[in-house]
Design a protein around this ligand. Sequence first.
Ligand code: PEP
Ligand code: CO
Length: 446
Amino acid sequence: MPEWAPESWRSKPAVQQPAYASAADLATTAARLSSLPPLVTTWEIELLKTQLAEAARGERFLLQGGDCAEQFDECTADTITNKLKILLQMSLVLVQGCKKPVIRVGRFAGQYAKPRSEDFETRNGLTLPSYRGDIVNSPGFTQMEREPDPRLLLRAYERSALTLNFIRALVKGGFADLHHPEYWDLDFAQHSALAGEYHSMARSVVESMRFMENVAGVRAGEMGWVDFFTSHEALLLVYEEAQTRRVPRRDGWYNLAAHFPWLGMRTGDPNGAHVEYFRGIVNPIGVKLGPSMTVDTLACLLDMLHPHDEPGRLTLIHRFGREQIANCLPRLIDAVRASGKTVLWSCDPMHGNTRYTGDGTKTRHFDDILSELEQAFAIHRSCGSRLGGVHFELTGEDVTECLGGARNLSDADLKRAYRSEVDPRLNYEQSLEMAMLIARMMGQAG
Ligand code: PEP
Ligand code: CO
């Protein structure tokens, strides 16, 4: 392999990058960014890698979730708290179902860049650059809002720091203490049909923890106190490069903008700039696999991104859709087995199940998401493999973006509270219900 450097991706074709008007302004901003302190530390990154290695061995379960894209305007105390609350509630339910510690990874504190299928969008005869996430431009349809602006890189970095600062303070202050799941109750959720079942699960987790603590005579350590890790799609390579650093007394280059960057489906070309970037960083990484992934390409990615079979390094996140998973997944499981390498398998049941309603609203149906997950568990089991994680687009808010679920949301409901600028998210109730159903599936599997 040729030499790697944080900027070596620049010699490869880079898809999904915005066209900035001034290369000089972009370079100035990137230089400023690379002089700012990092968001995360190598200790945290290595801890996550160790935990992901345990998940790959079946000793933990990975829950990754959050918005499709964070928005600058939603960097508020309530939105962040609600996101933590739903992830905590889901993880508590999953702990109950799989009887293993759950690793919580948020799609937050940096999930600001979006891949788009078209570079331009035309409305009423006016053609403007596509919205690529708040780190690049703004969703409003005017020339000024859609012009990629390098200064937004700094705004995104600052918003990520604000988000993470608040999350760390909440966790340290005891918000995430498993002894007190009542802290995570969401005001509007009291009347949910699932509230009763959830509260009795929460009570039983607290009781078993107290029982164990009484027997052992100590307060649960790691089990009673939970961590959050951060993740985002490492799409905008100038941003990622600016955060790629060496630290004293450790080997290799770390991306210090997130614990767990992932490679999106549209940027997985082994000859492309994104794979070049990912091959050189030592973080644990995720790789999305869609229906177009071939056995040969996967073998090539395993060689390039996971050459030393380092435990915890690689998580494969498949997202085929309910219709295609049965066709696509088994041969990829075989390809990994043939490589002799260990990976953690996770399922993103969101991105292969997008559909449009009659009036063109982008949505997903709860039943399709559930069906893909059920199939994922079953296929891994029958291929002698193991599904060790799940990846959701969700929010702690009471939005109406996905159809179905306990309240059986219909096309008409989507008009009520559709807030995503990009993909539809499971709302609070749908997320909790999904966690309960997964817990049931895992409980049944033993
Ligand atoms: C995403 O996770 O928001 C996304 C764009 O996913 P994918 O790359 O799998 O399409
Ligand atoms: Co998405």
